[in-house]
Ligand binder design. Structure first.
Ligand SMILES: [Zn+2]
Length: 212
């Protein structure tokens, strides 16, 4: 996508040198209606994932946030209030992300809606690794059926893909149907599942920059 050039240094895909890997990510939680189901399902499937959390949810459900970590998943910062970068001053945006950092404490950041101005990218890159995606499932789109969501994944996934699901009320219907099916299918295709940051293993062609 053309706008990838506007977010220099961000990660859209992390291909492995040997074998095929997938990065499963969940945005917008944690919430009690959906996240516990996701955690149980991931345990059942035997895969680890990365949760980009909204800090306001972390504030409301700290035990659930801790549970994500205790079950061996990675967490990332998805702002405090799920704010839209393009409508905010750099100062206000960074303040919100830093407030979130106090609760989430992760070096990984994903901007809501995938939007950032170049100046915000520069700002945030001083503190975080920006993690985007190359396969957004659109599980939140009520007009799409689970079959359509699944076939989109089937069509676009490749080695190193970072896939986005949502542990949100809006996405729940599609996600509950599609996520386990997609994981089973990806396993049968020979993909292994990694958390963001796991790629510091020797099989990856990518290294995260040294933290500033
Ligand atoms: Zn989001």
């Amino acid at each position: 996508m053309w706008y990838r050039a506007l977010i220099p240094g961000a990660r859209w895909r992390i291909p492995a040198r040997q074998g095929k890997s997938i990065y499963l990510t969940f945005d917008d939680g944690p919430i009690p209606e959906v996240t516990p189901w996701v955690l149980d399902k991931l345990d059942e499937l035997g895969v680890k994932a990365t949760f980009f959390c909204v800090a306001d949810n972390v504030r409301r459900y700290p035990d659930l946030f801790q549970e994500i970590i205790d079950r061996g998943h990675q967490v990332g910062n998805h702002t405090y209030h799920h704010i839209q970068a393009l409508f905010m001053s750099n100062k206000k945006y960074l303040e919100d992300v830093m407030e979130a950092d106090k609760l989430i404490g992760s070096r990984y950041f994903r901007p809501p809606h995938g939007h950032l101005r170049l100046s915000q990218v520069r700002n945030l890159s001083n503190y975080f690794d920006i993690v985007m995606w190359d396969v957004v499932t659109r599980d939140y789109n009520a007009k799409l059926t689970p079959v359509e969501v699944f076939s989109y994944i089937e069509k676009y996934v490749r080695n190193g893909s970072i896939i986005v699901f949502h542990d949100s009320l809006k996405a729940e219907k599609n996600m509950r149907h599609v996520m386990p099916k997609a994981v089973e299918w990806l396993k049968s295709e020979g993909y292994r599942f990694l958390r963001i940051g796991d790629d510091v293993d020797p099989l990856s062609s990518f290294r995260w920059p040294i933290s500033k």
